[in-house]
Write a protein that binds this ligand. Sequence first.
Ligand SMILES: Cc1cc2nc3c(=O)[nH]c(=O)nc-3n(C[C@H](O)[C@H](O)[C@H](O)COP(=O)(O)OP(=O)(O)OC[C@H]3O[C@@H](n4cnc5c(N)ncnc54)[C@H](O)[C@@H]3O)c2cc1C
Ligand code: FES
Length: 275
Amino acid sequence: MTMDKGKIFQETVKVLWNRSVGPGYYRIGLTCHHGYKDARPGQFIMLRFPGQITPFLRRPYSIHQLIYDNDRVVGIELLYKVVGEGTEKLSGCQVDDDLDILGPLGNGFTFSSHYKTVYLAAGGIGVAPMVFLASYLKTKGVDIGKSLVFLGGRSKDDLLCRDVFSDIGIKLQVTTDDGSEGDRCFITHPLEMKSKNDRPDIIYACGPLDMLKCVGDIAEKYHVPCEVSVETVMACGMGACLGCAVEKKEMNKAYLHACIDGPVFDIRTINLYLS
Ligand SMILES: Cc1cc2nc3c(=O)[nH]c(=O)nc-3n(C[C@H](O)[C@H](O)[C@H](O)COP(=O)(O)OP(=O)(O)OC[C@H]3O[C@@H](n4cnc5c(N)ncnc54)[C@H](O)[C@@H]3O)c2cc1C
Ligand code: FES
């Protein structure tokens, strides 16, 4: 079943909370009035600061979680890492501040009812869409007890959301580049070992480009379907600037656009080695 694209809304929203969850990492809760009840894991929003000239362009952020009031979706939560001007400014936002968001954008991960065991691979801040995805998959009958999240970071401070995954009931395999927690290796190492010995129905991944390339190679080697969220630099988020081009695999000079054709792609359809 492919997740359908829905309507896109631009609205001014209020900050519900903005909490530090690690060095340079924050979770921000935002009210949202429209459309997000149908939002899909992997979709994103474009955010700007109303009435302010800088940063000039909106910045893209994955939907990390939906915020519910009983059964009603009343907001979205983002998880972000401070890396530059926009995220620095976002980290200074206070409760009740206004932000301008455009969304939900992009296509989101796809799901088929025959998927029972799934592997989620997240590198660093690539974990942001994976929490929403894990909660969603649980509601769709995936065997969460047999599924796994492979969570990698530079050091233990970059291993986020472990408590949330544990609440969802999905097991975690963690690695760090510096060995401060879990095995000292890239997350793709345990992912390959598990995919070889205990093949999942699909691998979903989000993280740095080199990690996604490696995940793609593993998926191909062990014949596992694989979807990756490709986080290119984006200026408009709506297919107008053509700044987020991703090359199609077998058609030279033919491009897809991460904001409207992605950010989630079947790894077999794109050529990450040319990105
Ligand atoms: C679909 C999508 C979803 C995203 N989801 C999240 C998320 O949930 N949480 C989060 O923290 N970030 C996410 N990002 C990345 C986020 O958009 C950038 O980190 C942000 O735009 C940086 O803005 P800035 O003004 O703080 O930094 P800038 O001053 O614009 O850039 C600072 C540094 O970050 C680098 N950078 C900018 N954009 C990206 C990018 N897309 N990927 C990697 N490096 C980048 C720049 O090259 C530069 O070195 C997502 C990106 C995309 C395309
Ligand atoms: S970000 Fe402008 S076309 Fe994709």
